[in-house]
Write a protein that binds this ligand. Structure first.
Ligand code: DOR
Ligand code: ZN
Length: 345
């Protein structure tokens, strides 16, 4: 197959920051995707409907003039979130979910929730108002090994949330383990998961063998090969519980190539091509459209997109960096060739 035309995809998990960084990264997403779920972990975090609407305006102003890309906003849960906040968000057409960061789990998560049990009344309200809960699923205990943090979160925290709130729609974001895949498969249809391109393409050796490679460092961290294989199997299975969410998370090159490097892979420059590469490696390109363009929209109860995009088998070289002036972002696969190219690039 040398050409692949699919319904235009959406990105169901995206970091685009604000200010100059936003202006640099947004056109890449808008070139491929019709919509994206926008993560609220700015500094300070986006915690109210009013802040989310302001942030949405900033995004719309940063879009290329011909673009009709739609940012789908989310709110950041804190210990101070109220049921009134939930009601207001659920009634706002631009807000599509709340995001739970266990405090300290990842970039800009300090204002997150130390113990999710303390906000069960908020989950109750989310269930009642039917607004989804998006979860960064890792425990933060110092004595829990970083490679076990997702599995332990599922055992200790997520299983109970699912049990207590059977009708709450939940997305376990950026799943990285076979444990997460098995958990999501075993639950009812209101529990889904997103999968990133890096977790489909790489295992932890990419990050750690032959020198430490900070541009593969993200959270949850890359795991062993057996886990990558289960994620790929889930992505190509046609099971609508698994859909595309890049978790593209730009940082300045200098903040990643650092004695204490930030977590996050920038993948928006070539997201759909990276997924195409992963699906092709499994001989399952025909399964890409469901994963990238249908299942997420169905889960969020939004219409599927009408337009199409076309990918061509045409190798191209990923630049070493993106951005100008103060902005310098090293993308995933910097300086390497990609096999598929989005038409119009
Ligand atoms: O690697 C990550 N980067 N994981 C996250 O959960 C957050 C993200 C970021 O915002 O940089
Ligand atoms: Zn993320």
């Amino acid at each position: 197959m040398n050409k692949l035309t699919i319904t235009q995809p959406d990105d169901w998990h995206l970091h685009i920051r604000n200010g100059e960084m936003l202006k640099t990264v947004l056109p890449h997403t808008a070139q491929q995707f019709a919509r994206a779920i926008i993560m609220p972990n700015l500094k300070p975090p986006v915690t109210s409907t009013q802040q989310a609407l302001q942030y949405r305006n900033e995004i719309l102003l940063a879009l290329p003039s011909e673009s009709d890309f739609k940012p789908l906003m989310t709110l950041y849960l804190t210990g101070s979130t109220t049921t009134q906040d939930v009601k207001q968000a659920a009634e706002c057409e631009h807000i599509h979910a709340f995001k739970l960061y266990p405090a300290g789990a990842t970039t800009n998560s300090d204002a997150g929730v130390a113990d999710p049990k303390t906000i069960y009344p908020i989950f109750e309200a989310m269930q009642q108002f039917d607004i989804p809960l998006l979860i960064h699923g890792e425990v933060v205990d110092h004595d829990c090994d970083i490679f076990d943090r997702e599995r332990v979160f599922i055992e200790r925290t997520l299983s109970d949330i699912v049990r207590q709130f059977p009708d709450l729609r939940i997305v376990l974001e950026h799943v990285t383990t076979s444990d997460a895949v098995e958990f999501v498969k075993s639950t009812a249809n209101n529990i889904a998961a997103t999968i990133t391109p890096q977790h489909l393409l790489y295992n932890r050796n990419a990050m750690l063998v032959g020198g430490i490679k900070p541009h593969y460092y993200c959270l949850p961290i890359l795991k062993r090969e057996q886990h990558r294989e289960s994620l790929l199997e889930a992505a190509i299975s046609g099971n609508p519980k698994f859909f595309l969410g890049t978790d593209s998370a730009p940082h300045q090159t200098g903040s990643k190539e650092n004695a204490c490097g930030c977590a996050g892979c920038f993948s928006a420059h070539a997201a759909i091509e990276l997924y195409a590469e992963a699906f092709e490696s499994a001989g399952a390109l025909e399964k890409l459209e469901g994963f990238a363009s249908f299942f997420g929209a169905d889960f969020y109860r939004l219409p599927r997109n009408n337009r199409t995009i076309t990918l061509t088998k045409e190798p191209w070289l990923v630049p070493d960096s993106y951005g100008q002036g103060e902005i310098n972002i090293t993308p995933l696969k910097a300086g390497e060739q990609l096999a598929w190219k989005l038409e119009a690039r």
